[in-house]
Design a protein around this ligand. Structure first.
Ligand code: DQA
Length: 147
């Protein structure tokens, strides 16, 4: 698959617990289900997804560095790193393609510390608050941007 048809899907801390973690906020779907939804949306549009989850910001920074020249876009649900991880902001800033920020919940409707995103300034846009539909929506949004 060429660079132009490949999207990196990154998931940050605690998202490995989706399905068990606060289902009243994040829903009952596991991360594997969200990734599968993203893969289906990508396949319909002729894209491929490479997905990764880590609880460590350094793993995510390394993955973003490795994406340069390999993937055409990054969709990232940074979890709580959204709100303070400037190292992820800087790595995304150095990426040579569009970035979409993704959240299952709508952080703007929640605690005030979630209202700041250090990722938003380096993203073309944000998909948030659409729960289980969000991963597919984010892939459609970035694929449309790339087309
Ligand atoms: C989240 C929102 C973040 O505020 C939170 O820390 C998460 C998940 C979401 O998908 O709604 O871990 O990114």
């Amino acid at each position: 698959m060429s660079k132009s048809r490949s999207i990196l899907l990154l998931n940050g801390p605690n998202l490995n617990l989706l399905g068990q973690r606060e289902p009243h906020i994040y829903g009952s779907e596991t991360l594997a289900i969200h990734v599968s939804n993203a893969q289906s949306a990508a396949k319909d549009l002729g894209f491929e997804i490479v997905a990764m989850q880590s609880n460590s910001s350094s793993d995510l920074v390394e993955a973003i560095h490795a994406a340069r020249g390999v993937h055409s876009a990054i969709v990232i649900n940074p979890g709580a790193f959204t709100h303070y991880a400037w190292s992820i902001h800087d790595a995304l800033s150095a990426f040579d393609g569009p970035v979409v920020e993704l959240h299952l919940s709508n952080p703007q409707k929640r605690e005030s510390w979630r209202h700041t995103s250090v990722v938003a300034p380096v993203a073309i846009g944000t998909i948030s608050g659409f729960g289980a539909s969000g991963y597919g929506l984010a892939i459609r949004a970035v694929a449309s941007h790339l087309s």
